[in-house]
Write a protein that binds this ligand. Structure first.
Ligand code: XMP
Length: 510
């Protein structure tokens, strides 16, 4: 299979670059600039290497630099932003810092006729984000495009098949970015485009069918998209030898536990054990108000319940997990592996020993996981499920967790979601939910004074959940949600809307 290496120098778009390449039908892997040697790059047989952007200046003593031998491998290279500057610098060109030369945002690009700009008009819009610029070309290189402030917005050396672009072809604001990447992959690197997530899924199914033949595999199913798709893939491969354990901790959204059970057991015939551990979780959480304490208790109780189930099942050979590619990529920023920390309830393997860990989605991005889920017939509600914290509603109930408070929040949350879904907003929020606060306020009902709880509604718009804007929901949508919640959920006398963005707030309240 053809492969492209995305060499990461700490840029914020490294994963986006790899996704774009894969969208064009070529498999892309990401590696931190200092974790892969020239020899490894050569022997892996990459068709091309893409240097990502990065926050540094090439002259910083701390600037990330790859081994210059990479440039001598005879493999085509495309440098993007910092990657282009590094490439030019390593080849003997010069990079300058000029405040006047810095460009941010949409900029007009004027390109010359060249393979890299095939089917790109002479003038187009590109997305820039740089302070330094390439001021002197390396010997034997030519400028391929410019902008008003940047004489070398694209440059290259055809003899070496090394190219650089100062702008970001991977972002959608660059009108012809996709075409430029396509030109690099197909015209420069000679790729044919033999990758698709669906073929990959077929291969994984066939491979597991053989490798796991006669073996029993256990999977903790949460109902999230990753564990759901992992379950379906493995079910296709090994059928009833896959056992899914679904721990119902009672802190899921209204109707969700039943929906997961129905989908997997009744519709797909997956062997599923739904463990009703609701009382057990409630007892453990009784009187606990501290969010971190809640998370810890839920994580630990989850492991205990899972462990008991595993023991009851007798011999299990492998544990399956829904790990996806972004969970295992090591970033080029110098920090260690980007592993979800508190965002993962299932830190399971250490407590029970398994011969093998099976991770069928380890090489896929989230959008590819969704594609595979859709192909396998997973219902839309699960494929497009919003992120939902592992500790569930426990971190959306401020203060103590009781059965009554869980019920009240489930009802309020279901109403809010129903109202938003019914509104069919063109630019809907990416995550929306209700929070039960511990603030009592005065209300009136008929002639009587009430003293009920306050529900907060939260809706955010975001690409990556690292930063998020509060969504400007239409007033009538908010009005409908508020009126229905106060009328239909006993004990709630007030509804407020959270207008905080992240940062400084977080998406969840706890
Ligand atoms: P925050 O609140 O950190 O949330 O801005 C960012 C995203 O992560 C989700 N989240 C969690 N997911 N366990 C999880 O699995 C957790 O403890 C947890 N806390 C937050 C949150 O819903 C949002 O999508």
């Amino acid at each position: 299979m053809e492969k492209i290496l995305v060499l990461d120098f700490g840029g914020q778009y490294n994963q986006l670059i790899a996704r774009r390449v894969r969208e064009l039908g070529v498999y892309a892997e990401i590696a931190a600039y200092d974790r892969v040697s020239p020899g490894e790059i050569q022997s892996a047989g990459y068709r091309g290497v893409i240097f990502t952007g990065g926050p540094n200046s090439v002259y910083d003593p701390a600037a990330p630099r790859c081994d210059a031998e990479v440039l001598k491998l005879g493999i085509p290279i495309l440098g993007i932003c910092y990657g282009a500057q590094l490439l030019a610098f390593l080849e003997g060109g010069a990079v300058s810092k000029a405040e006047a030369g810095s460009e941010y945002g949409k900029t007009t690009l004027r390109s010359r006729p060249h393979l890299l700009f095939q089917d790109v008009p002479e003038s187009s819009t590109c997305w820039m984000s740089h302070t330094d610029y390439i001021s002197t070309l390396p010997e034997g290189w030519q400028a391929l495009a410019d902008t008003e402030k940047c004489p070398c917005a694209a440059l290259g050396c055809d003899a070496k098949k090394h190219y650089g672009v100062q702008f970001h072809p991977e972002v959608t604001h660059t009108e012809y970015g996709r075409q430029i990447l396509r030109n690099f992959l197909f015209s420069v690197c000679g790729c044919k485009g033999d990758w698709s997530a669906l073929d990959y899924a077929d291969r994984i199914i066939a491979d597991y069918r053989e490798r796991l033949s006669g073996k029993r595999v256990l999977l903790a199913l949460s109902g999230g998209v990753d564990s759901s798709v992992a379950a379906l893939l493995l079910h296709k491969a090994i059928g009833q030898n896959l056992v899914c354990v679904f721990v119902d901790h009672g802190l899921l959204r209204k109707g969700e536990a039943d929906f997961v059970e129905q989908t997997f057991q009744n519709r797909f015939g997956v062997r599923l054990i739904r463990v009703n551990a609701r009382e057990r979780f409630l007892q453990k959480l009784a009187g606990v108000r501290d969010p971190e304490q809640k998370r810890k208790i839920i994580g630990e109780t989850f492991i205990r319940v899972f462990e008991e189930q595993a023991k009851n099942l007798g011999q299990i050979h492998a544990l399956a997990q829904g790990t996806i590619y972004p969970d295992v990529i090591e970033s080029g920023k110098g920090d260690s592996a980007m592993i979800k920390s508190h965002h993962n309830v299932g830190g399971l393997p250490e407590v029970i020993s398994f011969e093998q860990i099976v991770e069928p989605l380890r090489e896929l991005f989230k959008d590819e996981v969704r594609q595979v889920g859709t192909m396998l017939g997973l219902p839309k509600e699960l494929v497009w499920r919003q992120p939902f914290p592992g500790p569930g509603l426990a971190v959306r109930i401020i203060g103590e967790i009781t059965k009554e408070r869980v019920n009240a929040l489930q009802e309020a949350d279901a109403i809010f979601r129903e109202v938003i879904d019914a509104a069919r907003l063109p630019e809907g929020p990416n995550q929306y939910f209700a929070v039960l606060t511990d603030t009592h306020t005065v209300g009136v009902m008929g002639d009587a004074r009430t003293y009920g709880l306050t529900v907060a509604l939260r809706a955010v718009s975001t690409d990556d959940f690292m930063t998020a804007e509060w969504t400007r929901l239409p007033y009538d949508v908010l009005a409908r949600a508020s009126s229905r919640i106060t009328n239909e959920v006993p004990g709630i006398s007030r509804v407020v809307y959270d207008i905080s963005s992240k940062p400084p707030a977080t998406v969840e309240w706890e």
